[in-house]
Design a protein around this ligand. Structure first.
Ligand code: KG4
Ligand code: ZN
Length: 344
Protein backbone atom coordinates (compact mmCIF):
# COMPACT_ATOMS: atom_id res chain seq x y z
CA UNK A 1 0.00 0.00 0.00
CA UNK A 2 1.31 3.40 -0.99
CA UNK A 3 0.97 6.43 1.25
CA UNK A 4 -2.27 8.32 0.67
CA UNK A 5 -3.20 11.94 1.41
CA UNK A 6 -6.94 12.24 2.02
CA UNK A 7 -9.15 15.31 2.26
CA UNK A 8 -12.14 14.69 4.55
CA UNK A 9 -15.29 16.84 4.58
CA UNK A 10 -18.01 16.76 7.25
CA UNK A 11 -21.24 18.80 6.97
CA UNK A 12 -23.99 16.48 8.25
CA UNK A 13 -25.03 18.51 11.28
CA UNK A 14 -23.91 21.85 12.66
CA UNK A 15 -20.15 21.74 12.22
CA UNK A 16 -18.52 22.68 8.94
CA UNK A 17 -15.32 20.64 8.98
CA UNK A 18 -12.43 19.67 6.73
CA UNK A 19 -9.19 17.82 7.44
CA UNK A 20 -6.13 16.35 5.81
CA UNK A 21 -5.12 12.90 7.01
CA UNK A 22 -2.17 10.88 5.72
CA UNK A 23 -2.22 7.11 5.83
CA UNK A 24 1.27 5.63 5.56
CA UNK A 25 2.39 2.30 4.04
CA UNK A 26 2.06 0.50 7.36
CA UNK A 27 -1.55 1.64 7.77
CA UNK A 28 -0.91 4.30 10.39
CA UNK A 29 -2.75 7.58 10.16
CA UNK A 30 -1.51 11.10 10.87
CA UNK A 31 -3.72 14.15 11.13
CA UNK A 32 -2.06 16.96 9.20
CA UNK A 33 -4.87 19.44 9.80
CA UNK A 34 -8.37 19.33 11.29
CA UNK A 35 -10.45 22.49 10.95
CA UNK A 36 -13.88 22.66 12.55
CA UNK A 37 -16.23 25.62 12.45
CA UNK A 38 -19.15 25.14 14.83
CA UNK A 39 -22.41 26.90 13.98
CA UNK A 40 -23.38 27.36 17.64
CA UNK A 41 -23.95 31.10 17.17
CA UNK A 42 -26.25 30.65 14.16
CA UNK A 43 -28.56 28.33 16.09
CA UNK A 44 -28.24 29.68 19.64
CA UNK A 45 -31.39 31.78 19.51
CA UNK A 46 -33.48 28.76 18.41
CA UNK A 47 -32.45 26.32 21.14
CA UNK A 48 -31.49 23.70 18.57
CA UNK A 49 -30.13 23.17 15.07
CA UNK A 50 -32.28 24.72 12.31
CA UNK A 51 -31.64 22.58 9.18
CA UNK A 52 -32.05 25.34 6.59
CA UNK A 53 -29.77 27.72 8.49
CA UNK A 54 -27.23 24.93 8.88
CA UNK A 55 -27.20 24.23 5.13
CA UNK A 56 -26.75 27.90 4.31
CA UNK A 57 -23.89 28.28 6.78
CA UNK A 58 -22.18 25.21 5.25
CA UNK A 59 -22.48 26.84 1.80
CA UNK A 60 -20.99 30.04 3.13
CA UNK A 61 -18.09 28.48 5.03
CA UNK A 62 -17.07 25.18 3.47
CA UNK A 63 -14.74 26.60 0.78
CA UNK A 64 -12.84 28.62 3.39
CA UNK A 65 -12.60 25.68 5.79
CA UNK A 66 -11.24 23.39 3.05
CA UNK A 67 -8.71 26.04 1.97
CA UNK A 68 -7.61 26.43 5.58
CA UNK A 69 -7.26 22.66 6.06
CA UNK A 70 -5.04 22.45 2.97
CA UNK A 71 -2.96 25.42 4.02
CA UNK A 72 -2.48 24.19 7.60
CA UNK A 73 -1.43 20.78 6.28
CA UNK A 74 1.26 22.50 4.22
CA UNK A 75 0.21 20.85 0.96
CA UNK A 76 -1.22 21.88 -2.40
CA UNK A 77 -4.71 20.86 -3.47
CA UNK A 78 -3.24 18.80 -6.34
CA UNK A 79 -1.32 16.59 -3.89
CA UNK A 80 -4.52 15.05 -2.55
CA UNK A 81 -4.96 11.37 -3.46
CA UNK A 82 -8.69 11.11 -2.70
CA UNK A 83 -11.63 13.15 -1.45
CA UNK A 84 -13.88 11.73 1.28
CA UNK A 85 -17.12 13.36 2.42
CA UNK A 86 -20.01 12.41 4.65
CA UNK A 87 -22.78 11.08 2.39
CA UNK A 88 -25.21 10.50 5.31
CA UNK A 89 -26.91 10.04 7.66
CA UNK A 90 -27.69 13.61 8.68
CA UNK A 91 -29.49 16.80 7.76
CA UNK A 92 -29.86 16.39 4.01
CA UNK A 93 -29.21 20.02 3.04
CA UNK A 94 -25.87 20.03 4.81
CA UNK A 95 -24.87 16.58 3.55
CA UNK A 96 -25.59 17.75 -0.02
CA UNK A 97 -23.34 20.79 0.39
CA UNK A 98 -20.37 18.66 1.53
CA UNK A 99 -20.91 15.78 -0.85
CA UNK A 100 -21.46 18.00 -3.89
CA UNK A 101 -18.31 19.96 -3.09
CA UNK A 102 -16.39 16.69 -2.73
CA UNK A 103 -17.71 15.48 -6.10
CA UNK A 104 -16.62 18.70 -7.80
CA UNK A 105 -13.13 18.44 -6.27
CA UNK A 106 -12.77 14.74 -7.10
CA UNK A 107 -13.91 15.32 -10.69
CA UNK A 108 -11.65 18.32 -11.30
CA UNK A 109 -8.60 16.65 -9.69
CA UNK A 110 -9.44 13.30 -11.32
CA UNK A 111 -9.11 11.52 -7.97
CA UNK A 112 -11.33 8.94 -6.28
CA UNK A 113 -14.38 10.01 -4.28
CA UNK A 114 -15.39 8.20 -1.12
CA UNK A 115 -18.88 8.81 0.27
CA UNK A 116 -18.52 8.02 3.96
CA UNK A 117 -21.21 6.92 6.36
CA UNK A 118 -20.90 9.40 9.24
CA UNK A 119 -21.32 6.57 11.76
CA UNK A 120 -18.48 4.65 10.12
CA UNK A 121 -16.35 7.77 10.65
CA UNK A 122 -17.08 7.64 14.39
CA UNK A 123 -16.58 3.87 14.43
CA UNK A 124 -13.08 3.92 12.90
CA UNK A 125 -11.68 7.00 14.69
CA UNK A 126 -10.07 4.94 17.46
CA UNK A 127 -7.91 3.23 14.81
CA UNK A 128 -6.59 6.63 13.77
CA UNK A 129 -6.00 7.90 17.31
CA UNK A 130 -5.08 4.69 19.15
CA UNK A 131 -4.27 2.18 16.39
CA UNK A 132 -6.93 -0.16 17.79
CA UNK A 133 -7.13 -3.58 16.08
CA UNK A 134 -10.37 -5.35 15.08
CA UNK A 135 -12.65 -6.54 16.57
CA UNK A 136 -13.86 -4.05 19.16
CA UNK A 137 -17.04 -2.77 20.69
CA UNK A 138 -18.07 0.83 20.15
CA UNK A 139 -20.49 2.90 22.21
CA UNK A 140 -21.56 5.90 20.17
CA UNK A 141 -23.28 8.55 22.28
CA UNK A 142 -23.88 11.83 20.47
CA UNK A 143 -26.65 14.35 19.88
CA UNK A 144 -28.10 12.20 17.11
CA UNK A 145 -27.13 8.63 18.03
CA UNK A 146 -26.89 6.26 20.97
CA UNK A 147 -25.87 2.75 20.04
CA UNK A 148 -23.54 -0.17 20.60
CA UNK A 149 -21.81 -1.35 17.47
CA UNK A 150 -19.62 -4.41 17.05
CA UNK A 151 -16.80 -3.34 14.73
CA UNK A 152 -15.37 -6.47 13.07
CA UNK A 153 -13.58 -4.74 10.22
CA UNK A 154 -13.85 -1.90 7.71
CA UNK A 155 -17.42 -2.08 6.39
CA UNK A 156 -18.24 -4.96 8.75
CA UNK A 157 -20.45 -3.62 11.54
CA UNK A 158 -23.18 -5.10 13.66
CA UNK A 159 -25.55 -2.84 15.54
CA UNK A 160 -26.23 -4.28 18.97
CA UNK A 161 -29.03 -2.01 20.01
CA UNK A 162 -29.66 1.68 20.16
CA UNK A 163 -32.12 4.25 21.30
CA UNK A 164 -35.79 3.74 20.58
CA UNK A 165 -36.53 7.46 21.06
CA UNK A 166 -34.10 10.25 22.05
CA UNK A 167 -30.33 10.04 21.67
CA UNK A 168 -28.37 10.51 24.90
CA UNK A 169 -26.95 13.90 23.89
CA UNK A 170 -30.44 14.94 22.85
CA UNK A 171 -31.76 13.95 26.30
CA UNK A 172 -29.01 16.06 27.92
CA UNK A 173 -29.93 18.97 25.63
CA UNK A 174 -33.68 18.72 26.32
CA UNK A 175 -33.25 18.46 30.09
CA UNK A 176 -30.80 21.39 30.02
CA UNK A 177 -33.34 23.40 28.05
CA UNK A 178 -36.14 22.79 30.53
CA UNK A 179 -33.76 23.82 33.32
CA UNK A 180 -32.90 26.96 31.28
CA UNK A 181 -29.22 26.02 31.07
CA UNK A 182 -28.80 26.99 27.39
CA UNK A 183 -27.68 25.14 24.27
CA UNK A 184 -25.86 22.82 23.75
CA UNK A 185 -27.03 21.59 27.07
CA UNK A 186 -24.68 18.66 27.75
CA UNK A 187 -21.64 20.61 28.95
CA UNK A 188 -23.80 23.15 30.86
CA UNK A 189 -25.74 20.38 32.57
CA UNK A 190 -22.57 18.53 33.59
CA UNK A 191 -21.18 21.76 35.03
CA UNK A 192 -24.35 22.50 37.03
CA UNK A 193 -24.60 18.90 38.25
CA UNK A 194 -21.28 19.28 40.09
CA UNK A 195 -23.05 21.46 42.67
CA UNK A 196 -26.03 19.14 43.04
CA UNK A 197 -27.09 16.15 45.09
CA UNK A 198 -27.43 13.14 42.75
CA UNK A 199 -29.46 11.25 45.37
CA UNK A 200 -32.20 13.83 45.89
CA UNK A 201 -34.47 12.56 43.09
CA UNK A 202 -35.16 9.02 41.94
CA UNK A 203 -35.84 9.08 38.21
CA UNK A 204 -37.05 6.10 36.15
CA UNK A 205 -34.64 3.89 34.22
CA UNK A 206 -36.72 2.99 31.16
CA UNK A 207 -36.21 -0.44 29.54
CA UNK A 208 -33.47 -1.41 31.97
CA UNK A 209 -35.26 -4.50 33.20
CA UNK A 210 -35.53 -5.84 29.68
CA UNK A 211 -32.76 -8.05 28.40
CA UNK A 212 -31.84 -6.04 25.31
CA UNK A 213 -29.13 -3.54 24.51
CA UNK A 214 -31.52 -0.71 23.69
CA UNK A 215 -31.92 2.69 25.30
CA UNK A 216 -34.97 4.85 25.90
CA UNK A 217 -34.58 8.34 27.35
CA UNK A 218 -37.86 10.01 26.52
CA UNK A 219 -39.76 8.76 29.62
CA UNK A 220 -36.86 9.86 31.79
CA UNK A 221 -36.95 13.32 30.24
CA UNK A 222 -40.71 13.55 30.94
CA UNK A 223 -40.17 12.50 34.58
CA UNK A 224 -37.56 15.24 34.92
CA UNK A 225 -39.96 17.79 33.43
CA UNK A 226 -42.78 16.78 35.81
CA UNK A 227 -40.41 17.03 38.78
CA UNK A 228 -39.27 20.49 37.67
CA UNK A 229 -42.87 21.63 37.23
CA UNK A 230 -43.84 20.30 40.65
CA UNK A 231 -41.05 22.28 42.31
CA UNK A 232 -41.42 25.51 40.31
CA UNK A 233 -40.17 28.14 40.84
CA UNK A 234 -36.80 26.35 40.97
CA UNK A 235 -34.02 27.54 43.23
CA UNK A 236 -30.43 27.22 42.00
CA UNK A 237 -30.04 24.26 44.33
CA UNK A 238 -33.15 22.58 42.87
CA UNK A 239 -31.73 22.96 39.36
CA UNK A 240 -28.37 21.54 40.43
CA UNK A 241 -30.02 18.62 42.25
CA UNK A 242 -32.23 17.78 39.26
CA UNK A 243 -29.23 17.98 36.91
CA UNK A 244 -27.12 15.77 39.18
CA UNK A 245 -29.92 13.22 39.68
CA UNK A 246 -30.61 13.07 35.93
CA UNK A 247 -26.94 12.65 35.08
CA UNK A 248 -26.53 9.94 37.68
CA UNK A 249 -29.52 8.08 36.30
CA UNK A 250 -28.24 8.08 32.71
CA UNK A 251 -24.75 7.14 33.91
CA UNK A 252 -26.25 4.15 35.69
CA UNK A 253 -28.17 3.15 32.56
CA UNK A 254 -25.13 3.46 30.29
CA UNK A 255 -22.91 1.54 32.73
CA UNK A 256 -25.46 -1.24 33.06
CA UNK A 257 -25.82 -1.65 29.30
CA UNK A 258 -22.06 -1.51 28.82
CA UNK A 259 -21.68 -4.45 31.20
CA UNK A 260 -24.20 -6.45 29.15
CA UNK A 261 -22.47 -5.55 25.88
CA UNK A 262 -19.04 -6.48 27.25
CA UNK A 263 -20.42 -9.80 28.41
CA UNK A 264 -21.79 -10.48 24.96
CA UNK A 265 -18.50 -9.50 23.34
CA UNK A 266 -16.48 -11.73 25.63
CA UNK A 267 -18.74 -14.70 24.90
CA UNK A 268 -18.50 -14.11 21.17
CA UNK A 269 -14.71 -13.64 21.17
CA UNK A 270 -13.40 -15.69 24.11
CA UNK A 271 -9.77 -15.47 22.99
CA UNK A 272 -9.66 -11.84 21.82
CA UNK A 273 -8.69 -8.86 23.96
CA UNK A 274 -11.82 -6.96 24.97
CA UNK A 275 -11.94 -3.32 23.94
CA UNK A 276 -14.63 -0.70 24.40
CA UNK A 277 -14.29 2.43 22.31
CA UNK A 278 -16.38 5.49 23.13
CA UNK A 279 -17.39 8.01 20.46
CA UNK A 280 -19.70 11.01 20.20
CA UNK A 281 -19.97 14.28 22.07
CA UNK A 282 -21.31 12.74 25.29
CA UNK A 283 -17.93 10.98 25.66
CA UNK A 284 -16.80 14.36 27.03
CA UNK A 285 -18.95 13.77 30.11
CA UNK A 286 -16.68 12.78 33.01
CA UNK A 287 -19.42 11.10 34.99
CA UNK A 288 -20.36 8.86 32.04
CA UNK A 289 -16.72 8.04 31.25
CA UNK A 290 -16.10 7.12 34.91
CA UNK A 291 -19.15 4.87 34.95
CA UNK A 292 -17.72 2.86 32.07
CA UNK A 293 -14.50 2.16 33.96
CA UNK A 294 -16.11 -0.27 36.43
CA UNK A 295 -17.58 -2.77 33.94
CA UNK A 296 -14.42 -2.54 31.82
CA UNK A 297 -12.34 -3.37 34.87
CA UNK A 298 -14.64 -6.29 35.67
CA UNK A 299 -14.16 -7.80 32.22
CA UNK A 300 -10.49 -6.92 31.93
CA UNK A 301 -11.46 -4.71 29.01
CA UNK A 302 -9.52 -1.76 27.70
CA UNK A 303 -11.56 1.48 27.67
CA UNK A 304 -10.55 3.73 24.81
CA UNK A 305 -11.72 7.34 24.77
CA UNK A 306 -10.14 9.26 21.87
CA UNK A 307 -9.32 12.95 22.42
CA UNK A 308 -12.64 14.74 22.72
CA UNK A 309 -12.07 16.90 19.63
CA UNK A 310 -12.06 13.65 17.65
CA UNK A 311 -15.07 12.18 19.50
CA UNK A 312 -17.25 15.07 18.32
CA UNK A 313 -17.94 15.71 14.64
CA UNK A 314 -14.84 16.56 12.62
CA UNK A 315 -13.28 16.12 9.19
CA UNK A 316 -10.39 13.88 10.28
CA UNK A 317 -12.71 11.00 11.13
CA UNK A 318 -14.25 11.22 7.65
CA UNK A 319 -10.83 11.45 5.97
CA UNK A 320 -9.65 8.43 7.96
CA UNK A 321 -12.71 6.32 7.12
CA UNK A 322 -12.07 7.27 3.48
CA UNK A 323 -8.42 6.25 3.83
CA UNK A 324 -9.35 2.88 5.29
CA UNK A 325 -11.80 2.20 2.47
CA UNK A 326 -9.40 3.41 -0.21
CA UNK A 327 -6.70 1.07 1.15
CA UNK A 328 -9.11 -1.80 0.51
CA UNK A 329 -9.62 -0.61 -3.07
CA UNK A 330 -13.06 0.81 -2.43
CA UNK A 331 -14.34 4.14 -3.75
CA UNK A 332 -17.62 5.54 -5.05
CA UNK A 333 -18.99 6.80 -8.34
CA UNK A 334 -19.74 10.49 -8.76
CA UNK A 335 -23.39 9.46 -8.92
CA UNK A 336 -23.49 8.46 -5.23
CA UNK A 337 -26.56 9.96 -3.53
CA UNK A 338 -26.75 11.82 -0.22
CA UNK A 339 -28.77 9.82 2.31
CA UNK A 340 -30.65 11.40 5.22
CA UNK A 341 -31.00 7.94 6.82
CA UNK A 342 -28.28 5.34 6.53
CA UNK A 343 -27.91 2.69 9.23
CA UNK A 344 -24.44 1.18 9.53
O1 KG4 B 1 -20.95 14.16 18.53
P1 KG4 B 1 -21.54 15.51 18.70
O2 KG4 B 1 -20.62 16.70 18.70
O3 KG4 B 1 -22.58 15.83 17.57
C1 KG4 B 1 -23.46 14.91 17.03
O4 KG4 B 1 -23.08 14.22 16.05
O5 KG4 B 1 -24.58 14.84 17.57
O6 KG4 B 1 -22.37 15.47 20.04
C2 KG4 B 1 -23.05 16.60 20.52
C3 KG4 B 1 -23.86 16.19 21.72
C4 KG4 B 1 -24.79 17.28 22.22
O7 KG4 B 1 -26.05 16.71 22.44
C5 KG4 B 1 -24.12 17.74 23.51
O8 KG4 B 1 -25.03 18.25 24.46
C6 KG4 B 1 -23.49 16.46 24.00
O9 KG4 B 1 -22.99 15.84 22.83
N1 KG4 B 1 -22.42 16.72 24.96
C7 KG4 B 1 -22.45 16.38 26.26
C8 KG4 B 1 -21.27 16.88 26.86
N2 KG4 B 1 -20.56 17.53 25.88
C9 KG4 B 1 -21.27 17.41 24.74
N3 KG4 B 1 -23.36 15.69 26.96
C10 KG4 B 1 -23.12 15.49 28.26
N4 KG4 B 1 -22.02 15.96 28.91
C11 KG4 B 1 -21.08 16.65 28.25
N5 KG4 B 1 -20.01 17.12 28.88
ZN1 ZN C 1 -21.48 12.58 14.85
Amino acid sequence: QAQAIILGIETSCDETAAAIVVRDQSGRGTIRSNVVRSQLDEHAAFGGVVPELAARAHVEWLDHIIAQAIQEAGIELCEIDAVAATAGPGLIGGVLVGLTTAKALAASLDKPLIGVNHLEGHALTARLTNGVAFPYLMLLVSGGHSQFVLVRGVGDYERWGGTIDDALGEAFDKVAKLLSLGHPGGPALEHTARLGDPKRFKFPRPLLREDRLDFSFSGLKTAVRLQAEALAPLSDQDVADIAASFQDTVAHIVGYRARQALERFSTLFPTEPIRLVVAGGVAANRRIAETLETPCHEFGAELIVPPIALCTDNGAMIAWAGAERLALGSSDSLAIAARPRWPL
